[in-house]
Every structure is written in structure tokens, then in C-alpha cells.
Ligand binder design. Sequence first.
Ligand SMILES: *Cc1c(COP(=O)(O)O)cnc(C)c1O
Length: 232
Amino acid sequence: MPTLAERFAAAYDQVQVAVEKAERVPNSVKLLAVSKTKPIADIEAVAALGQTDFGENYAQEAVEKAQKLAHLGLQWHFIGPIQSNKTRPLAEHMDWLHTVERDKIARRLSEQRPAELKPLQVCIQVNISAEPQKSGAMPADVKDLAALIQTLPNIELRGLMAIVENTADEAKLAQQFTAMQTLFDQLKTRYDNVDTLSMGMSQDLQHAINHGSTMVRIGTAIFGARQPRQSN
Ligand SMILES: *Cc1c(COP(=O)(O)O)cnc(C)c1O
């Protein structure tokens, strides 16, 4: 069985190869190591290999890990659904939030972000497949939400995040990736601080990178399979 170090190296290489195949600039896509449910020791091991950015899905777990590993100076990204009554710990302890989807959450995060910290870096999650059970702002609402975020002092808009539909329908996937790329390009021309398209996971990595992704989120391929867990 491959070791954690071997799995991390393979995932890292996979991203670089996909970037090359897409004929994009080397190092233009960042690997976010999704460590949800995984123990602190695994994060320390991957951090020791040079990985700086880690993604978490559950608020309490994310905050605990960020606090315990504060001495390592890692960047903590929250990529799970944000409940409006749980914004404060996230505002106080995360570096990035990928899943801002409405005005109320954006306002609260800015109010609750301690002013002495660097502004919280945020992406707007877009429900690009328009699936009713999925989180995210509708594409038509992105422009207004982005404009609001630009006015808030303690959060900084960095871009967009999407989870495309889980389907084998290539035409549908291509349509969703293209739609995200277009939305991202529009936002980038409007705001200088926008530079991040958080899109792509293990199975759709190449597709996402072909369509302008700048950050791919990989969990299982690095840390191994997760135990089933109830979301909190
Ligand atoms: C869990 C998760 C990932 C990583 O998924 P894997 O299948 O473990 O690679 C990526 N993005 C989001 C939003 C997730 O919740």
C-alpha cells in the first residue's frame, strides 16, 4: 500500500501533469489538501512535505485543527456549508472560506472577523448545476453578491467556487465548466483582487484545469478513504 507521502506526491504530480496538458503556466493551479475527518498527525505529515493549504468541511473540526496547528503557519480553507449561527468561529480562525453564498453570511463574516487579522479571503460558491439540493448562489446572483462583498471591510473577494454535477454526461459537464469559466472571467475583469477559481476534485481534475481552475480540492487520493460521518 502506498504511504501518505507517496499518495501526496502522486496527487501533486497529477495536478502538474494536468496543468501541462492544458498548456497552462506551470504552478498556476494550487493543490488544496482536503483533510476533513483525518487526524492531526496526517496533516502534520503532509505539511512536513511542503503543503501549506488545507481544506476542512466541518466548522468545529476545522477550528480545532487550525488552533492545534497554529504554530505551523498553514492556510486553513473552509469548504463546507456555512450555517449562519456558526459564522463566528470560522471568521475568527479560518484564512479562507470557499462557500459564501448569500448577503447575510457575507455581512456577518465581515462583522465577526477580528479587525487585527488579515481580511478573510472568500470565494462565492456557485450552484452551477442548479440542482435544488445543492448549496451555492445562482449564477444570476453572483454579480450583486460580489459587489456587496467588495464593500465589506474585513472580508476580501478572491473568486468563485463550484462543485459540478456528479454525472457521466460529458456535454452537461462541459457546459457547467464553461459557464464557471465565463463567470470567473467576468468577475476578474471587474475586480483586481479576484484571482481564484476553486473547481475540480480527483475525478474531474483535468476538465476543471482545462477550464481555468486555479485551485483543485483533493482529499481521498492524498489521505485515503474516509469513514462515513454525519455532517454537523
Ligand atoms: C470532501 C470534499 C472534497 C475532496 O473530496 P475527495 O473525494 O475526498 O477528494 C473536495 N471538495 C469539497 C467541497 C469537499 O467537500
